[in-house]
Ligand binder design. Structure first.
Ligand code: PMP
Length: 449
C-alpha cells in the first residue's frame, strides 16, 4: 500500500510540497498528542501537525461538536447569518483587549495576512509594508513579499513572487535578508537568551529607524511581526524592541500587525496572545493554525475604525470564511482551552521542558542554542559552539530521522533548516516532555558515535 501511495504521490501531487523524512510517514490515526502509522507504530507528536493541533488530535469534545454541526449545517456563505458565527465572534472578541473587537473570518494564515495588508493600506492611505528578516507570513503571492526566508522565495522565474515584481512596495526589515539559498555562509543568528552574543536592543532600534528613514518605507502602511518567529526557528526579539518599533511605525502613520498564527491561543503560556508578552497593543491581529485545532480557519481582528476604513474602500468577500463548521469547531477549541487550562499547562510543561532541553546545550557542543517560551521551543544545531556555523542539513536530517524512529516527531525551522522546533499540543504532560528529551538525547548520542 505504501508503494502505491508513493507512486500516486509522485504522479499526481505537486513536487513543490516538501515532506519530512527519507520515507515520509503515512499516518492514519491521531489521538490527542499521539499519532499512529499504518504499521502500528505510535509517535508522540511534538510538532502538533504543523503547530495546528492546539488541544490534541481528534479531541473528543471538539469531535463531538464537529459531528453535531456536520449533521445540522455545513455551509452557507457569508451572505447568510447562522448561529455559530455569532457565538464565535462574541467569544473570540472577548479574548482580545479593546479596541480590537471586529472580526473577519477567512480560511488560512496567508489569507488573513493578505487581508491585513489590504486593511493597513486602506486605513493609512500609504503603500509600503515591512516585515523582518526571517519572517514567515504566508505563501500567497501577496504575503510572499513579506515572508523573508530565502527557501520560500528563490528560483522563481523572473523573480515572480518576490517583492520586486508582485509586491514592489514591500520592504525587508532591519535584519536584512538573504535572498538566495547559496549566498555566502552566514553565521548563526545571535540569540536573545544569551546576553553575551546578543546585539543590544538599542542597536536594533537604530537599524530600524534607519530603515524607516531611508527606505521606501517612508510612506509606511503597515508593519508585520510574529511575536516569536516560528518558521525561522523560534527566534525571539530583544526585550522592549517590538514596543519601540511599534511606536516608530505609528509616528509615521503606519499600522502595526501582530501575526499570531503560531503564537496565539495560549501556546506561550504566560499570556493568551504573543503580543501581550511584548506589552504592545497591535492595530490588527491575524490568527490561524491552532485556532480550530487543525480545521481550516483563520481570522483577522481589528478596530472599528480600521474595519470601517476598509469598508469605505471596497466590498470584501470570502466564500468559505466563517462557515458553520469552522465556527462551531473554533468555539469548541476555546471551550477546551478554558476547561482544560491549556494555557496554564503550556506555561507549566513549557517551562519544565525548556529547562530540560537547555541542559543538552551543556552536554553537546552541537547544540548551539535552546530558546523559546511556553510550548514553543527551538533547538538550534551548530557544527560547534565556537564557529556557530549551522550543522549541515544532512546531519540534522539524520537526528530528525532517528527521533522519528524512536517515536518522537518534531519540526524543523531556520534558513538552513538547522533548528528543531518543539511545539507539542497544549495537552502534553511532563512525563511526555521527559520522554521527548530522552529520545532527543539518544539521537544526539547516536550522532556523536
Ligand atoms: N503566519 C505565520 C506566522 C505562519 O507560521 C504561517 C504558516 N506557517 C502563516 C502565516 C501562513 O499560514 P497558512 O499556511 O495557513 O497560509
Amino acid at each position: 500500500a505504501y508503494d502505491h501511495a508513493l507512486e500516486i504521490h509522485r504522479k499526481h501531487l505537486s513536487p513543490v510540497a516538501a515532506a519530512y523524512f527519507q520515507k515520509p510517514l503515512m499516518l492514519h490515526q491521531g489521538h490527542m498528542e499521539w499519532l499512529f502509522d499504518y504499521e502500528g507504530n505510535r509517535y508522540l507528536d511534538f510538532f502538533s501537525g504543523i503547530v495546528t493541533v492546539s488541544v490534541g488530535h481528534c479531541h473528543p469534545k471538539v469531535n463531538a461538536v464537529a459531528q453535531k454541526q456536520l449533521g445540522r449545517l455545513w455551509h452557507t456563505s457569508s451572505l447568510f447569518f447562522h448561529p455559530p458565527i455569532h457565538k464565535y465572534a462574541e467569544e473570540l472578541s472577548a479574548l482580545l483587549p479593546e479596541p480590537l473587537k471586529v472580526i473577519f473570518l477567512v480560511n488560512s494564515g496567508s489569507e488573513a495576512n493578505d487581508l491585513a495588508m489590504v486593511m493597513a493600506r486602506a486605513h493609512s492611505k500609504n503603500t509600503d509594508i515591512i516585515s523582518f528578516r526571517g519572517a514567515y507570513h504566508g505563501c500567497s503571492p501577496y504575503t510572499l513579499g513579506l515572508t523573508n526566508i530565502s527557501t520560500f522565495r528563490m528560483e522563481f522565474p523572473s523573480g515572480m513572487g518576490c517583492q520586486s515584481t508582485m509586491c514592489p512596495d514591500v520592504f525587508r526589515g532591519p535584519w536584512g535578508g538573504s535572498h538566495c539559498r547559496d549566498s555566502p555562509v552566514q553565521t548563526i543568528r545571535k540569540c536573545s537568551c544569551a546576553p553575551d552574543c546578543c546585539q543590544a536592543k538599542d542597536q536594533y532600534i537604530e537599524q530600524f529607524k534607519d530603515t524607516l528613514n531611508t527606505s521606501v518605507a517612508k510612506s509606511i502602511a503597515g508593519f508585520f511581526a510574529e511575536p516569536i518567529q516560528g518558521v525561522n526557528g523560534i527566534v525571539q526579539y530583544p526585550k522592549g524592541f517590538l514596543k519601540e518599533a511599534f511606536e516608530l511605525v505609528r509616528e509615521r502613520g503606519g499600522v502595526c500587525v501582530a501575526d499570531e498564527v503560531q503564537t496565539g491561543f495560549g501556546r506561550l503560556g504566560s499570556h493568551f496572545w504573543g503580543f501581550q508578552t511584548h506589552e504592545v497593543l497591535p492595530d490588527i491581529v491575524t490568527m490561524a493554525k491552532g485556532i480550530a485545532n487543525g480545521f481550516p480557519m483563520a481570522a483577522v481582528v481589528t478596530t472599528q475604525e480600521i474595519a470601517k476604513s476598509l469598508a469605505r474602500c471596497m466590498l470584501h468577500f470570502n466564500t468559505f470564511g466563517g462557515n458553520p463548521m469552522a465556527c462551531a469547531i473554533g468555539s469548541a477549541v476555546l471551550e477546551v482551552i478554558k476547561e482544560e487550562k491549556a494555557q496554564e499547562n503550556s506555561q507549566d510543561v513549557g517551562t519544565y521542558m525548556l529547562l530540560k532541553f537547555a541542559k543538552l546545550r551543556e552536554e553537546f557542543d552541537i547544540v548551539g542554542d535552546v530558546r523559546g517560551k511556553g510550548l514553543m521551543v527551538g533547538i538550534e544545531m551548530v557544527q560547534d559552539k565556537m564557529s556557530r556555523q549551522p550543522l549541515p542539513c544532512e546531519e540534522v536530517n539524520q537526528i530528525h530521522e532517528d527521533c522519528k524512529n524512536m517515536g518522537l516527531l518534531v519540526g524543523r525551522g531556520g534558513t538552513f533548516s538547522q533548528t528543531f522546533r518543539i511545539v507539542p499540543p497544549m495537552c502534553v504532560t511532563k512525563p511526555e516532555a521527559d520522554f521527548a528529551v530522552e529520545v532527543f538525547r539518544s539521537a544526539l548520542i547516536q550522532h556523536m558515535e
